[in-house]
Design a protein. Structure first.
Lengths: 133, 352
């Protein structure tokens, strides 16, 4: 990933900044310029919306063939989380074992290291999910 | 000493869930790990997950501290993160924490390094800025993922964790009534630029280093305040192992009961810059309004910062915030084998 691309996405990755349609109030993450439901009516009416970070596990799986940056964490759990705002986010589940995870489990977003450009390059941080304490 | 009232508005600590026991480490290096652990007063130490570092630990603690204080990023005018394991040699941890809590861009920030007392150095900076009226609230963080060379005595204790404190003037849950320091040039522990692991002076880290500064700073503060050890309900001393703070406390005239709440090293190891801030956070979790708390940090190199803190009526109100206490955080434990620990800490040389 290029440095400018990572930098542009810092607010999404660190703070879960998405968008909300000013017409139908549907929340989107990642942010959208136009609401797919309202089309041109939403143009210029999409507002920034911070996702609370709280949600419930909708579905999950364990990954045994990891991506290169995740080899050290293998096997790891990936989940689709339905956030309190209604939007769905995909992320790794941490701080929990696979056999402890259940659909509907309440989770919260936490900041974790996602990878790095190289040992001398930029470190990428972003959200993962952990069971609520 | 200061213009405005200064104290703690919010606080929280975070410790990674992974642990390793001294016997597991000793078995690899042909040492009696259990005896080593007993000699150090360490039963297990925390280990960061490969996706955790000082940025993520600081952010976890900072986010919880903000919830406890009922503040948002806009309310924070300064962030100082003290650590000896900042992920970058050049690029501040504090800017990343600032972005993660939504405090950027209207703030000032810097990273501190002073071995194990960089966190309390951050306290003093925030106190100065708040006390002089330059900022309303500052975030002082002490956090580390400390390094111990494989097989070295440090490997049995060097651990990970951190705590964040919001220093302000209003709605205080504890007032910081006094601070004082002593600083000398003492080469007891160091890490040269580019080196992966620190070096130390062995027994030299004790009497002329830890004890001289902890006892000197605490004694100086008690003299200046005209107070006795028995005036305090709680005391927190830097805890590189379980033995040093016990010995220092006894020599100074503090009882085991006064230091037990803030003595976390036996269960989580030495969290370096996080050690005294975490100990203080554990004390604030149980302190009653009006309790007097004495805190003395120690950083190799060397120096100590002392603080006299008094809990206010606000201390009990923040317990409804839903933020986990230090006890709740550190009871989530998963033990690692040495092989897993070596993998997590990057001690295994990999290809590519």
């Amino acid at each position: 990933m290029s440095i400018p691309r990572f930098w542009r996405e810092i607010r999404q990755r660190y703070k879960g900044i998405g968008t909300e349609c000013g017409v139908c109030n549907r929340v989107y993450f990642p942010p959208r310029e136009v609401c797919p439901d309202c089309g041109r009516d939403s143009l210029g009416d999409m507002k920034e919306r911070e996702i609370s970070g709280k949600g419930k596990v909708l579905t999950f799986t364990e990954v045994h063939e990891p991506m290169p940056d995740f080899e050290i964490l293998s096997p790891y759990i990936m989940a689709i989380v339905e956030m309190d705002e209604g939007v769905r986010m995909t992320g790794q589940l941490v701080g929990v074992e696979f056999d402890e995870v259940k659909n509907g489990m309440e989770v919260e977003a936490v900041l974790r290291k996602l990878g790095e450009e190289s040992p001398s390059g930029i470190i990428y941080y972003g959200y993962k999910f952990r069971p609520c304490r | 000493m200061k213009e405005k009232k200064v104290g703690i508005r919010g606080y929280a600590g975070y410790v990674p869930r992974y642990r390793i026991k001294p016997e597991e480490i000793g078995a690899v290096w042909g040492k009696d790990g259990k005896m080593m652990g007993a000699a150090l007063g360490v039963k297990s130490k925390s280990v960061p997950s490969p996706d955790e570092d000082v940025v993520t630990i600081s952010t976890e603690a900072a986010r919880w501290a903000m919830i406890r204080a009922g503040l948002t990023g806009d309310n924070i005018g300064a962030i100082y993160v003290g650590s000896e394991s900042h992920p970058y040699a050049v690029k501040p941890t504090s800017t990343m924490v600032g972005a993660a809590i939504g405090a950027t861009p209207d703030m000032t920030a810097a990273d501190y390094e002073f071995a194990c007392k960089a966190g309390t150095a951050a306290f003093q900076t925030c106190m100065g800025l708040v006390g002089s009226g330059m900022i309303e609230n500052g975030l002082a963080i002490g956090s580390d993922t400390s390094q111990g060379a494989p097989g070295d005595a440090l490997e049995y204790s060097a651990s990970a964790g951190g705590a964040a404190f919001i220093i302000g003037s209003d709605d205080l849950l504890a007032e910081i009534l006094y601070t004082t320091s002593i600083t000398t040039d003492t080469p007891d522990f160091w890490r040269r630029e580019g080196q992966a692991y620190p070096s130390h002076g062995g027994r030299f880290t004790g009497q002329p280093a830890y004890f001289k500064h902890i006892m000197g700073c605490t004694g100086k503060m008690l003299d200046e305040l005209d107070m006795e050890p028995s005036d305090f309900q709680h005391a927190v001393f830097h805890q590189p192992n379980g033995k040093f703070p016990m010995k220092a406390a006894k020599k100074l005239g503090f009882t085991k009961e006064q230091i037990s709440t803030g003595l976390l090293v036996t269960r989580i190891g030495n969290t370096y810059s996080g050690a005294v801030p975490l100990g203080l956070a554990a004390v604030l979790d149980v302190a009653e309004p009006g309790d007097d708390i004495l805190v003395t940090s120690y950083g190799s190199g060397a120096g100590s910062d002392g603080f006299y803190i008094k809990a206010t009526d606000g201390i009990t109100q923040v317990r409804e915030s839903g933020v986990p206490t230090i006890e709740e955080v550190i009871k989530d434990v998963k033990y690692l084998s040495y092989a897993q620990y070596a993998k997590f800490r990057g001690k295994i040389k990999r290809g590519g």
